[in-house]
Write a protein of this length. Sequence first.
Length: 353
Amino acid sequence: MPKFLARRKDANWRASREDVGIRSASTKLPLTWLPEAVPDPMAIVGANDEFRFVNAAWETLFGYREAELVGHKITSLVGDGPIVSAIPFAVPADGQADRAEMIGRKKDGSWLPIDVTTMRHETPVGSVRVVMVRDMTERWQDEDLSQAAQELDRKRIADEIHDGSIQSITAASLRLQQLRRGVSEPADLQILTTIEELLEMTSVGLRELMVKLHAPGLDGLGLATAIRELVEVLRADDGVSTEVRNRLQHQPPFQRRVTLFRIAEDALRAACTARPRQVTVEIDDHNHGFLLSVQHDGTVDVGTDFAAAADRARIAVRARLGGGWARFDQRVRSLARASIWIPAAGAVLESAP
C-alpha cells in the first residue's frame, strides 16, 4: 500500500470548501455540509479522482486524517473490485449512483471489505464524485461462519459414511474371501466374484461421495491436496486430464480454505460440462488474498465462454459472498479461463505444508 506523506492543508483549501459551493446539477443546493452531516464514511473526489474532502467517519474507518488524503487519488485506498480500470467504480450518468463491493486499505496496512456507492455531481468548477462506503466486515464474517457450519455438517455426513457404510462393506468383503476358500464349483465362484465386484464398485462410489461432501485434505493437508482429491474424482467421472499448480506460500485458514474449495468445485464442474481434454487449476497468493484460476480447452455448449451463464453466475456469487470477485476472460489460444480472488482472513495465516 502506498505510504501517504502527511501535509498541512493551506488556508486557501479550507476556504475553497466554503467558496466553491458544490452544487448538484439537479437540485442546485450546496453540498458543502453533506460530508459532516452523513453518519457513514463519505468522501468527495474531483474529476481527477483526487480527494477533495472526507468526513470524520471516513477518517475513523481508514485511519487517515483529511490533511493526509487531500490531493491523493482515491484509488490508493479503494481497489481490487470487480471492475478493471483506472477507477475502481463507474458512474454511468449524472445523478445515477453506482455500487460495487471492493477492498479498502487502511493506514496500518490492513484491509477491509467495503461496499462503495458513488454519484456524480456538477459544480461551477467541474464535476465531482460523492463516494460513500460501508464496512462489510461483519457480513463477510457471517458468511464465513455460515459456510463453515455447512462444511461441518458435510464432514459429519462423510464421517458417518466412512464409519458406517464403508466399514460394513469392508467387513462383507472379508467374509466373502473366507467363504471363497470353501467353494469349488465354478458357478458358485462366479457368483462370489460378481458380489465382490459390486461391493468394490459401491465402496469406490461411497469414497468419491465422501470427497464431494468433504475432501479430507481440507482438515489438515491443505487446499491444494483437497483440490487434487476433487480432480481425481472428476478424472474418473469425465476422463479429463487435470493439473493442479500450487504456489501458496501460506495455507489459508479453514474458513477461507472451504470458500476457495467450494468455488473451485463449482468452477471445475462447470468446466467439465464443456467436455475439455485438459483442465488446469492454479492457486496463488495475491494482494492480501488468494487467487484461484481454472482454465480448460473445452468448447461444447459454451463456445468461447468459460461456462454457461448460470454456472458463471453461481461462481461469481460464491466469490462475492466471500468478499472477492470472479472474472471470466475471453478464450486465448483455445483456453477459457476463470479467475477468482478472495481476501485472506483476519486471523494469522497458517504455514503451508
